[in-house]
Design a binder for this molecule. Structure first.
Ligand code: NAI
Ligand code: ENO
Length: 361
């Protein structure tokens, strides 16, 4: 692929454009808000001038409700050899395109399983898709050349291609993405009216559970509106667990021993099923989840502290797999949790202690 046109210079479009531009592809950026295309161009994601001729690949990265019309318009003008979209739902946009009576052989629906709670070009990063699944939904009518262009994009982004049927994709993301978004929002919504003295006790657990509650509601209304049935089914499963858990908790307040035992068993059951589900969540590059060890290091709240820890761990030859920062309210200190392979935990603790860091294991 030598040339690409990205339509929709937001988080996903600009991230793909940054990656392609960094790998030598000539990228053009378009957005119905010209400021967005200009910002993406200023970040090094390509040019905000229209392409001089036909490009190899047009990437449509606009909100789901606008995806089919943006695709149809680009296809009508013959902008590219191949066309793909990245919308979070796949069945709806395809059916809309079919209803418009357009020849879909040059189109493939795709979905990178990577994103963020923030949107727009300023949130984009060139490594957003690295190691993440990128779903491709070819049909028997998809041109091989177009499938190959999509595979090339996925490879350039160092993502992992996963071929699926569009409707199977929508049922899958209802469970692993759309329902979690709603649950995260619902947990965070409980905090809206909570007293400040309560909110200041928030620790890492609620931060983890509510990160995606910061996502753009308009975008999510569009995503959920395009996948309501599968999401309602998945959410009904959660609602059943919620109902049973409330009953178990009420039983724990009973004066009757047997009822209390039943309540504890109910709670234990949902927690154990949670453990069993959690171990199935794949690790960093899609492989089985790694059992990392956590080394917690106390840092003072000063510029450059994190860089010093990383440099000291690097000097000890240790690969940091993941990192988390706990800020203590009202204190000029925080706890950095370094996730490392089990074989590296002792070495990194020793090396950091030697350099004067305070370790909490
Ligand atoms: N945000 C996320 O984490 C993920 C989003 N997606 C999908 O990627 C697509 C884009 O999402 P984001 O980049 O997050 O949104 P965004 O809000 O950051 O960017 C969307 C851009 O499209 C532009 N736009 C809207 N309608 C347009 C039109 N008709 N023509 C040209 N430009 C238009 C907007 O001005 C905006 O700059 C959506 O379909 C979303 O479902 C896929 C994976 C992850
Ligand atoms: O922020 C995260 O971790 C996400 O998982 C974001 C996300 C949002 C929408 C998608 O269609 C795919 C991924």
């Amino acid at each position: 692929m030598r040339t690409a046109l990205v339509i929709g210079a937001g988080l996903i479009g600009t991230s793909a454009a940054l990656t392609l531009a960094g790998r030598g592809v000539t990228v053009h950026l378009a957005d119905h808000d010209p400021d967005r295309a200009r910002t993406a161009a200023a970040l090094g994601a390509g040019s905000d001038e229209p392409p001089p001729g036909r490009v190899d690949l047009a990437i449509i990265a606009v909100p789901p409700a606008h995806t089919a019309t943006a695709l149809a318009e680009a296809m009508r003008t013959g902008t590219a050899r191949g066309y793909l979209d990245v919308a979070s739902v796949k069945g709806g946009p395809r059916r809309e395109l079919e209803a418009l009576g357009i020849d879909l052989s040059a189109y493939i629906g795709t979905h990178p399983m990577a994103g963020k709670e923030s949107s727009g070009p300023l949130a984009a990063t060139a490594d957003l898709f690295e190691g993440r699944p990128w779903v491709l939904t070819p049909t028997p009518g998809t041109d091989t050349e177009v499938l190959n262009l999509a595979l090339e994009l996925v490879a350039l982004c160092r993502a992992v291609p996963v071929v699926m049927d569009a409707d199977a994709h929508d049922r899958a993301v209802a469970l692993v993405s759309h329902t979690p978004q709603l649950i995260s929002s619902m947990v965070a919504a409980r905090l809206e009216a909570a007293d400040e003295t309560v909110v200041r006790l928030c620790g890492q657990g609620i931060r983890d559970v509510t990160r995606i509650a910061a996502s753009d509601p308009r975008m999510w209304v569009e995503i959920l509106s395009a996948n309501p049935g599968p999401v309602a089914d998945a959410l009904a499963g959660v609602a059943a667990d919620l109902g049973e858990t409330v009953e178990s908790l009420r039983a724990l307040q009973s004066a009757d021993d047997a009822k209390r035992r039943g309540g504890a068993a109910g709670i234990e059951d949902v927690l154990r099923r949670g453990n069993a589900g959690r171990v199935r969540v794949p690790g960093k590059h899609g492989e089985a989840p790694a059992a990392y060890e956590t080394v917690a290091v106390l840092i003072s709240d000063q510029p450059g502290e994190l860089a010093r820890i990383f440099a000291d761990a690097g000097r000890a030859g240790v690969n940091i797999e993941d990192v988390r920062i706990d800020h203590s309210t009202g204190q000029q200190a925080g706890l950095v949790q370094l996730m490392v392979g089990p074989e590296a935990a002792t070495a990194v603790s020793a090396a950091l202690s030697e350099r004067g860091w305070s370790i909490r294991r």
